[in-house]
Design a protein around this ligand. Structure first.
Ligand SMILES: [Zn+2]
Length: 254
């Protein structure tokens, strides 16, 4: 394939050899890609000083069919996302989201996924204080919906009985959604999901922004972690998510 230009977000960056960078990009046309930016640490001309983690812009790529690693020949930064890099609360949420995106999105065209990530990183860049966690949670649920595992929330995931919105229910990760009381009694495991928490997840999937207390935010993070664990079957831990959830994020190189 010749040189291509695509909208992209930098999800991960690491130094490589003396002068290069290895990046993982979310792209509008090609899914998540691994690229090498040769000379990125010495050539400010081609890559600019703002090509850092979570930067949004246009990537110029030399893509070779059948390769796992492509070459980034340039990156025009539209938004350097400086506000994400300077605030640990935002940075840890963005890191957790980027980590999951790299695990659930592969190198296939996924413009709807890209749109979710573009919105999400932009929103995290301007989120403040108590809105960071709900903003990120909403982005996660929309991401999982776009990759095809939206949770069942309105009906019982087993018997399909409609469930009134004010009913506290059980969320079953193995069933992929909520269960009516009868099915919940027969199922093993599952986590109690109060009506307000179910309404919050429904709201996120409909692009609204529920307000959460700190303890509600933690309960949602735990539910989401378990949900992701059910779907990510490669056994690798979600380290950035764990740090985000624990609130003990230490910035790493990148
Ligand atoms: Zn049922």
């Amino acid at each position: 394939m010749p040189l291509v230009v695509t909208d992209a977000i930098i999800l991960h960056a690491a130094d490589y050899l003396e002068s290069s960078r290895l990046l993982r990009l979310a792209t509008r046309e090609f899914g998540v890609l691994s690229v090498v930016a040769r000379g990125a640490r010495s050539s400010r001309k081609r890559f600019g000083p703002a090509v850092g983690l979570f930067a949004i812009g246009q990537a110029q790529l030399d893509m070779r069919p059948g390769r796992d690693m492509h070459t980034l020949t340039g990156f025009d930064v539209a938004n350097a996302q400086a506000a994400l890099a300077t605030d640990l609360t935002r940075f840890s949420a963005a890191s957790a989201l980027a980590e999951s995106a790299m695990r659930v999105v592969h190198d296939e065209s996924a413009p709807a996924v890209y749109a979710v990530l573009l919105d999400a990183f932009g929103a995290l860049g301007s989120a403040g204080g108590d809105t960071v966690i709900p903003t990120a949670l909403g982005a996660f649920w929309r991401l999982v919906r776009e990759v095809g595992f939206a949770p069942v929330l309105d009906d019982c995931a087993e018997c399909h009985e409609p469930l009134p919105p004010d009913l506290d229910v059980t969320f079953s990760h193995s069933a992929g959604g909520v269960l009516c009381p009868r099915c919940a009694r027969r199922a093993s495991g599952g986590r109690r999901l109060p009506a307000s928490a179910r309404a919050a997840i429904t709201g996120w999937l409909q692009e609204t922004q529920p307000t959460l207390s700190r303890s509600e935010g933690r309960a949602h993070q735990r539910l989401l972690r378990e949900f992701l664990g059910q779907h990510l079957t490669d056994g690798r831990p979600l380290r950035a998510f764990a740090d985000w959830e624990a609130g003990t994020f230490e910035p790493v190189e990148g």
